[in-house]
Write a protein that binds this ligand. Structure first.
Ligand SMILES: [Zn+2]
Length: 136
């Protein structure tokens, strides 16, 4: 079994793509896809406990993709669990769900890449600073 991914270890990696590689789940079922149990996600993600943790993560990471200072997120900010959580974790409000060391800010594209394993170098292009601001 591979060792546990942690935020504290993630941020010791300087390169954005190496951070991405470190986090890649390559299609493992995870919080993004609970099939018929999506309502449990909705209960979690609308809870005040989650909203508080979410704010802490965004402030800590300065709203940056994979907490990388050269990759600010311009669209919606997603909070990713480094080690995937299970339905049981959510139902029992286990610490792994709210542990800051298991959470990081990501953009939508980065989140898709982590979960579904699009190869970043070949098929997936990172957002560039002005690509959503055409008048610059
Ligand atoms: Zn995720």
């Amino acid at each position: 079994m591979r060792h546990t991914r942690t935020y504290n270890e993630l941020i010791t990696i300087d390169d954005y793509y190496e951070r991405l590689e470190y986090l890649m789940l390559k299609g493992r079922v995870s919080e993004a896809t609970f099939g018929g149990h999506r309502y449990l996600n909705q209960i979690l993600y609308s809870s005040s406990e989650w909203q508080k943790v979410r704010r802490e993560v965004i402030v800590r990471d300065n709203g940056c993709d994979l907490a990388h200072k050269d990759h600010p997120i311009f669209g919606a900010v997603y909070i990713h669990h480094l080690e995937p959580i299970t339905l049981e974790d959510i139902q029992e409000r286990k610490p792994i769900v709210f542990d800051l060391n298991n959470l990081v800010c990501v953009s939508f594209d980065t989140h898709q890449c982590i979960h579904y394993g699009t190869e970043p170098e070949r098929e997936w292009k990172p957002r560039t600073e002005n690509d959503t601001i055409p008048w610059r």
